[in-house]
Design a protein around this ligand. Structure first.
Ligand code: SF4
Ligand SMILES: [Zn+2]
Length: 543
């Protein structure tokens, strides 16, 4: 049986199963614990118990037929994998088609029929392949699968991966993003007109059922130019991921990265000046590196005027047969770190991460059979966490401090402002923290020092909000979850504080890099559409 057949078999329910599920749901709504409710309504003839996804299907039917009104608390309890949406937004990853990358990095796998650097059995990549890298099909099938297991899909962060985005022709990129938006808008799949405009699809998404609240693109530092940033912004991008890999020019050259550390630092400066959120990929264990040199390299990332990214993906170099590095290993010129060495290294460096950064990954999710030698443990993060506890140290990155399932007591939150300096900006990382130092929400405000670096009209004499993020379970429209942070107006309070700081620093305007699906949110708070950003005049106290 293929995966797809298996999926359909699992997802078609008999009337008998749905009736049992409805009875169980009534118990759950009355306060009975989910597993207990399932056991109270067993399948006949000793066939065991209902699966949780049956409850979600029955819940949908009850709400669709109007028998029940939406009940966020019940839905949260029967949802299968709540962690995926804990940050309030659901991520959908889509892959671009295979296309030659101008890079020649020796660690990068090259597989037939796959975009450069992806393996056919990596989870996200496999879905791309199954949908022949068609953007519409990738987005719509993911939306369907997510809603079938009960995830809210009203707020979507799109993550476009595959090779180097900037190397694809512009018309392909524009088409790709337009089709993603059309899928989010639920438009007819056959309606792929060459004359259709991206901006129309974006406009429809502003009020659509599945709003794009973030769009991330992935590229190389040497592609980052003013022109490229303007193009990405017009597509609706809000976050850029770039491969830094190392800040050691010797290591970069040995691995044939094709760019220098200075180019990576300049790319970070331009990305920040354009108000994007910056995600850096950093790769320990490259050819020519050692645990000692990696430790020193990691510290360099955070020096004032260096990369200072908002998020970081640590991808320890993995030895893959289809990468050129494999030949070096065969000749005895390269040796991957062992699992123990890697855990020690990661536990050494994590406490050095500044509070404004989020470490998204400490290892790439490569299925272990592909790894020739070295670490195969893809749940390294938990082992590193245990090692930190053993040492009595801690990581204070955003991910480690995010409010998770716990309820937030709004009155006890403290507003903090962490100020740090980059090459061309003064950054204010405004946070709402709980008494036990958990993070309920944050805002990134960038005050340009030295003028409008990119000469963009919207950003003239403007401070820039690069990100607003409030935690708590993502809530469906019409449902409510008591105590969840998203409903307490934390976002608005952060905006007011950002406006105050902007005014106090003598800027005339406040700009925000809004995603297409958050434009209405900002419009309701006094921001107006500029060419690429939403902008609000800020009247100074003396005026
Ligand atoms: S730039 Fe990225 S995709 Fe291209 S070869 Fe290097 S690692 Fe691979
Ligand atoms: Zn952390």
């Amino acid at each position: 049986m293929t995966n797809a057949q298996d999926w359909h078999r699992k997802r078609s329910y008999s009337p008998e199963e749905l009736d049992l599920a409805k009875a169980a749901l009534a118990d759950i709504r009355a306060g009975i614990e989910v597993q207990k409710a399932l056991r109270r309504h067993p399948l006949p003839e000793g066939r065991g118990f209902l699966a949780k996804h049956t409850l979600v299907a029955a819940y949908r039917e009850l709400v669709d037929t109007g028998e029940w009104s939406a009940d966020g608390e019940v839905l949260a309890r029967i949802r299968m994998k709540p962690v995926r949406t804990l940050s309030g937004v659901t991520t959908i990853t889509v892959l671009t088609k295979p296309f030659p990358c101008p890079g020649e990095c020796i660690f990068c796998p090259t597989e037939a029929d796959m975009p450069q650097s992806y393996l056919p059995d990596e989870p996200g990549a496999r879905r791309g392949l199954e949908n022949e890298f068609d953007p519409y099909r990738q987005v719509s099938s993911r939306l369907k699968a997510l809603s079938e297991v009960g995830h809210p899909t009203d707020k979507i962060e799109l993550l476009i991966l595959g090779g180097s985005w900037s190397a694809y022709p512009r018309d392909y990129r524009e088409w790709f993003v337009r089709r993603c938006f059309e899928a989010l808008n639920g438009e007819n799949p056959a309606d792929d007109h060459a004359a259709a405009h991206l901006s129309d699809a974006q406009q429809r998404n502003e009020t659509g059922k599945h709003r794009c609240v973030g769009l991330t693109l992935e590229t190389r530092p040497d592609f980052i130019t003013r022109d490229e940033l303007i193009f990405d912004r017009a597509l609706g991008a809000t976050k850029l991921q770039i491969g830094i890999q190392s800040l050691d020019d010797r290591v970069l050259a040995l691995n044939r990265r094709g760019h220098s550390a200075a180019q990576a630092i300049e790319a970070a400066r331009l990305i920040r000046a354009a108000g994007f959120k910056l995600v850096a990929h950093w790769m320990p264990n490259l050819l020519g590196a050692s645990p000692e040199s990696d430790r020193a390299d990691f510290v360099r990332l955070w020096e004032p005027g260096s990369i200072q990214s908002d998020e970081l993906k640590i991808y320890p170099c993995q030895l893959l047969r289809s990468a050129e590095l494999y030949r070096y290993w065969e000749r005895g010129e390269y040796q991957p770190y062992s699992e123990a060495e890697l855990i020690t290294l990661l536990a050494d460096i994590k406490p050095d991460v500044p509070r404004y950064c989020r470490i998204n990954r400490v290892i790439r999710d490569i299925p272990s059979p592909n790894v020739v030698e070295g670490n195969r443990n893809t749940s390294l993060r938990q082992d590193v966490a245990l090692e930190l506890i053993r040492r009595g140290t801690a990581c204070v990155c955003i991910r480690c401090r995010e409010v998770r399932r716990g309820k937030v007591e709004i009155d006890k939150l403290r507003l903090n402002d962490l100020v740090y300096h980059t090459k061309s900006t003064e950054e204010h990382f405004l946070t709402f923290d709980t008494p036990d130092d958990k993070l309920a929400g944050f805002l990134r405000l960038s005050l340009p020092r030295g003028g409008n670096l990119l000469r963009l009209a919207d950003l003239e004499d403007a401070a820039i909000i690069r990100e607003v993020h409030v935690y708590g379970q993502s809530i469906e429209v019409g449902a409510d979850l008591p105590g969840a942070a998203q409903h307490a107006g934390l976002g608005s309070r952060l905006l007011v504080e950002a406006e105050r700081i902007t005014r106090a620093n003598g800027f005339a305007r406040l700009a925000v890099i809004s995603a297409v699906g958050t434009r209405q949110y900002y419009a309701a708070r006094g921001f107006e559409h500029g060419a690429l950003y939403m902008v609000k005049p800020v009247v100074s106290a003396e005026a």
